[in-house]
Design a protein around this ligand. Sequence first.
Ligand code: IFG
Length: 526
Amino acid sequence: MRVLRRALGTLLVLGAVSCTAAQTGDARAGDDPPAALTPFERLLPAPLSVRAGGPGYSFGPGTVIRTGPGAGPEVRRVGELLAGQLRGPDGPALPVVAGVRGDGIRLRVDGAEDGLGDEGYRLVSAPGGIDIVARTPAGLFRGGQTLRQLLPVSGPGTVPGGTVTDRPRFAYRGAMVDIARHFFTVEQVKRYVDQLVPYKVNTLHVHLTDDQGWRLAIDSWPRLAQYGGAGEVGGGPGGHWTKEEYRELVAYAGERYVDVVPEIDMPGHTNAALASYAELNCDGKAPPRYTGVKVGFSSLCVAKERTYAFVDEVLGELAELTPGRHLHIGGDEAHATPAADYAAFMDRAQQVVGRYGKTVMAWHQLAGARPAPGAVLQYWGHDRTSAADRAEVVAAAKAGHPLILSPADRVYLDMKYEAATGPGLSWAGYVPVARSYSWDPGAYLAGVPESAVLGVEAPLWTENVATRAEWELMAFPRVLGLAELGWSPAAALDWTAYSRRLAAQGPRMEAQGIGFHRSPDVPWTR
Ligand code: IFG
């Protein structure tokens, strides 16, 4: 019966024109005003392909979530997560039951679906229910986020008939938060994960240390957090995470298929460590803690062997806490470290990362030294970056170093939208929502093929972002654009169509309590 229904369902949708959601962004003549998009047309990030049409599925009080044949505990856990996300305030119970026979939402992992990759999925909505199939549980979870957007904001309702076949363009789609300049708790960061997950972001980079604060307890160097963490920009109390709290964030993010990339910035941006341990300083004297916003004045002592014991023990404890592949060792703005010393230091720091079985990630300044094989470079240049600096990065990419693109004048979320924006900085210029979205990561760096781009990431630096409200104002809605640039096909990247889809996300961000910037660039629907 199901096969017949499926065949019928498929026949019904065959008549629909195959297109990307963005191409159907233009409402048909005589319909509601352009802003009124159909659920498929509203999807953000825009999926690879959508075939809309045919009768859909209406949630009812008896709707259940079914996990496929042989579904292991992880698929069941995805089902439970999805149930929690889909239940409206007074929505159906949405129990998760084993087996996929019967109505409802049917989750199935099928290794044979090799066209979908590690995070792709296919979602089919038809009268008998909604099928989500993927190669992996992560793909099921990404498909579930699409289902969330196909349902009304208020909770379970009717999902129109159709098929979404989807997979990401780039593997790494990240957001970074700097908890060193201003301290933020694990709970506050977990909330950011919840706000990013609906948009298929899959990496959270945490900038744990800088001149103004050391935010993670390290057993072998206890004063780093105890003393080096007890301050922040502006002179506030600061704070730090215990290892248990860091583990809790890693687990919480991991359950939602978000990898955590921790960063210990070195050899520059290290005043908090130098203030904590006199022995780390070349002159044996610890500087005072720093609560200002200057950069480039600090350096670990490259000549001292003690420095490398510090690097080894800190990265060793961090690696033990971090299941993800990457350890980020910073490397930016080491203006107080002579170039030869910088290269010698980064050689040894990279060896430490390799010894702990992790892959190096570093800011693109490492391209000027000797990036270890496989080291990933995070580019934070901008339209005014010199041709020489750019050439170093292009050469490193051609030499096989994957790039993460974080152009400061596009996706640095601490850049003010405009002069009137309260929080944030403007050294890379103002970055309105339209500008933040209007670039193509696959064609951004001349000479760098799309295949050399591992992905994109939007950093939020917190020199001038002190509260969760300021954080949300700066990150939203621009981080949704980053999510689309990382996930959607190049053909979908069109500001006009995107701005209408972004507008439709307004009520969803409101429903999540996100205090986003109501940019005049966007035709918000209310
Ligand atoms: N650049 C510094 C950050 C921060 C930022 C603020 C990098 C890699 C400017 N380094 O971005 O520490 O100060 O926008």
